[in-house]
Design a protein around this ligand. Structure first.
Ligand code: TXA
Ligand code: MG
Length: 323
């Protein structure tokens, strides 16, 4: 695909232009520390409708609202003690908090799929923070890819997935975390992880002692509507926990390459077995292996601890049967 005309390197000038586009109801892709987001003014119903259309996203799947300052949170939701503690430790950063929507909250009901809760996060990326501040509005931003496909971690992936459906792509290299934010529901009795992500369960458990995880819920009735089984999917079928791949399979390794046999094309997430290094290039390497000349993608076993939980969650969804 040719370089898209709407990609602009992030600078004070282009961030300002992007903020003006958002304020006028347009769609801007921008970098965060996790993945590139597709941003729209969260308070503008028309812009949010255009965002769902651009991604071809089911409108029952609510969006994360991105803010740049703590004060903005109090205008949107009703924070509680657990939220205050977590915010102190993890914001800005890859932790999304689901809280009770405040009465009179200006966020479009379409953005939150009509729920009485709202998912909010403060990204740890100077460009994202500047953009939100200059737009003067909270920004709703799902990952900047067509619904159901792999999230983009470089600007070219955004262009390949969404092309001219985006008014502007603010480009600033590779996202450092590489998997999406952790989504934590704080509206019930027990804080519940709805999606594993950049802030690990272990780190959350150091602040709150009673965290649950809902990843093994009935996949047909997910608590987080975005947690449908088949998601984050490459085109090829994927199988996990493989130590020996077939001659017609692409092979995604983790750890010393000599431990694995076979594979027509072999890429290593981390030769050293470092989970954070693996997360940072997971989606880019899956894209690279997702070629029609292979029969499928085989993936080496990956430890479940730390950010490995988020990596395995994305892989399980990619391996789930498609409908
Ligand atoms: O790292 C990230 O979170 C990226 C960057 C761009 O910030 N964004 C992202 O957005 O991954 P998206 O739309 O791809 O995923 C949002 C997730 C979905 O699983 C959705 O169902 C869940 O958050 N979610 C949003 N609002 C919710 C709510 N009120 N209750 C429960 N889950 C919610
Ligand atoms: Mg997404």
């Amino acid at each position: 695909m040719p370089a898209a005309a709407n990609i602009f390197p992030a600078s004070d000038g282009t961030i300002k232009q992007a903020a003006q586009l958002i304020a006028r109801g347009k769609l801007v892709a921008f970098p965060t520390e996790t993945v590139y987001g597709l941003g729209a003014d969260a308070t503008n119903d028309k812009a949010i409708a255009a965002l769902f259309a651009a991604k071809n996203r089911p409108d029952f799947n609510p969006l994360i609202i991105h803010i740049a300052k703590r004060e903005q949170l109090d205008e949107l939701v009703e924070p509680n003690d657990a939220a205050d503690q977590l915010i102190e430790h993890f914001w800005p950063g890859p932790l999304t908090l689901v809280l009770k929507r405040k009465q009179g909250c200006a966020v479009s009901l379409l953005a939150s799929a009509g729920l009485d809760t709202l998912a909010v996060r403060m990204p740890d990326h100077p460009t994202a923070l500047k953009l939100i501040t200059l737009a003067g509005k909270p920004i709703a931003a799902p990952s900047a890819n067509r619904s159901g496909t792999l999230s983009p971690t470089i600007p070219m992936h955004v262009a390949e997935s969404l092309g001219n459906k985006v008014d502007m792509i603010l480009a600033e290299g590779k996202c450092k975390v590489g998997v999406e934010s952790t989504v934590l529901d704080l509206t019930g009795e027990t804080p519940t992880i709805l999606r594993h992500g950049g802030v690990t369960r272990e780190r959350l458990a150091r602040i709150l002692d009673n965290i649950e995880s809902s990843t093994h819920d009935d996949p047909a009735r997910p608590k987080s509507p975005g947690q449908m089984a088949s998601h984050y999917a490459p085109k090829l079928p994927l199988r996990m926990e493989v130590s020996e791949a077939g001659p017609d399979e692409a092979f995604l390794l983790f750890g010393p390459a000599f431990a694995f046999k076979g594979g027509a094309l072999r890429l290593n997430l981390s030769e050293a077995g470092d989970l954070e290094e693996a997360a940072a290039s997971l989606f880019a390497k899956l894209r690279e292996l997702d070629q029609p000349r292979f029969k499928g993608i085989a993936v080496a076993p990956i430890h479940e601890q730390g950010i490995g939980a988020a990596i395995n969650d994305r892989l399980r969804r990619a391996a789930a049967p498609r409908d």
